[in-house]
Design a protein around this ligand. Sequence first.
Ligand code: MN3
Ligand code: FE
Length: 452
Amino acid sequence: MHDLFSTPWANAWEKALNNNNTYRNAAEKWEWPVILEIEDLPAESQELHSQLYLDLWRGECRSVRPALPEDNDSAAYIISAPLNVWRPVLDGHSDPMMALMRGKLKLVKGKMFKLARYSNAAKQMVLSAREVPTRFPGDNQETAVQASTNGTQPAEIITKRESFVTTSGKGLNHNSFPMRLYHKAKRLGIWNPQDINIDQDKKDWQKLTALEKEVILHLTSLFQAGEESVTQDILPLLMVLAREARLEEEIYLTTFLWEEAKHVEFFHRYLSEVITETGDISRFHGPNYRRIFYELLPEAMNALLEDPSPAAQIRASVTYNMIVEGTLAETGYHAYYTMLERNDIMPGMREGITYLKRDESRHIAYGIYLLSRLVNSDPSLWQVLENRMEMMMNYALANINELFDAYPEMPFGLSLEDFVDYATNQFNKRMDRIERAISTPMDKIANELESD
Ligand code: MN3
Ligand code: FE
């Protein structure tokens, strides 16, 4: 047993890291020293160091030692946090990349978007640290691993109807958040993909370079398949809400499905009339994209048909609303729009994306509402949400990197940093909002959502 951040602890970690082959592969291209810092080390911990310097070079850990003052210049990354943040990261309760993205582990020096590419290496570093029996300051014994709850209380399934909402005297609650979204959808969601003028887009397309065309086709292929998958995979969620007799939510979701269908139509029109590409364009779907859209999304959504429990609903909604819509689609729309706007091309596409984004913001707002409602009724579900979020966020980041890796030089001034920063920002806003639902009444949460 070694004290956290003591020299023996550092040595043991170094050894464990060098025996970790998964780390070696994941960090093959990593060439930068890192400083880890504990902000609030108790004064009596004299044997401990508040900063460790990790000399990391292409999958090898050349040393882990106390940091010297001059190391602050040579370290490319400095990650700092108080003990109560380091502890769950080091004992495996909290994912390191997630803690970084949420700003719990503070990146004092270095760029987030560069680190994001090495989330697997970061995870392996932590796994190796967990192999070292660790005493945390103030502890007398080794941290016990806590059992996590998963809140798998199955929802009641209605097979026989007792009454109707609308004839029971209860009526429709037009003030409920789902109904307010529904009314908004009827005002703002009425747009026709066929009405968008794409004449200028056709001319602009002809003037693009081969590389620019390739990148637009690539993005469009990802969006097209993405819209199709969200159209197909939302149905089990509708079924769950109908079974739970949540009429207002079901009513809202009728607009949701219709809008996703129009998104499919919009991209398809663009592909066939502007890009005039009618062949198989699934070659753009890389391994991480496939993992998300061919496997994880349909799995999580269709699981609801067998298991409509709150925990399963959380896994489904995190995957669908928070990751696929909230992180990937929104970030993609934003970047797509920015590059076309910046270059003042393809007004039809920009117009369509403005509508898409507006629709999508309602979808995501509903997702936040649903997750908040679930977490609010059973706070132990927060752990389920966080676990799913961690796993999915790593795929989402890998998916963004996969797109950039396909091109040595990105046209239109597209920047990986923009993508990752935007995604991180959106993600954090939402996590904070849902986390508040653990201890905030739902009507208050709904009002806050309304004013977002
Ligand atoms: Mn959509
Ligand atoms: Fe959507």
